[in-house]
Write a protein that binds this ligand. Structure first.
Ligand SMILES: [Zn+2]
Length: 130
């Protein structure tokens, strides 16, 4: 692809990797916390004899929350924190994140088109007249 006027090359970058990881870790820890809490309550109920009727399903439920909930919480979080396009505004050159296929520059308020990592002016995004 040739660089035409009104086009700037954007790069894929991870947005807030450190913060993103800690949020993901927190989601996993929370799932483990809730899971182990259910598990412990289930175990205590199991010790009372008749309580085992609901205690054992609770222990299994707690284990399921830990083994399934943790990775799911982490996966959902990772999906939302994907790499984003980072590049200069084709109008004013301000470095910015792409916030969609079409978005407005926060500095010059001009419409930017993001086409697969190329930031374009609206005019540049139009197909050339044939
Ligand atoms: Zn701009």
């Amino acid at each position: 692809m040739q660089v035409a006027p009104g086009m700037t090359r954007a790069h894929k970058r991870r947005m807030g990797t450190a913060a993103g990881f800690s949020i993901g870790a927190a989601a996993v820890i929370m799932a483990f916390g809730i899971g182990s809490l259910i598990l412990v309550v289930g175990l205590v109920l199991s010790l009372t004899g008749i309580g085992a009727l609901i205690g054992i399903p609770m222990v299994l439920g707690g284990l399921a929350v830990m083994l399934i909930g943790g990775p799911i919480a982490f996966a959902i979080h990772r999906r939302d924190e994907g790499a984003k396009w980072w590049g200069p505004c084709p109008y004013c050159g301000l470095e910015l994140w792409a916030t969609g296929v079409g978005f407005d520059c926060p500095a010059c308020a001009q419409r930017i088109v993001n086409r697969g990592g190329w930031f374009m002016t609206v005019a540049a995004s139009q197909p050339p007249p044939s």
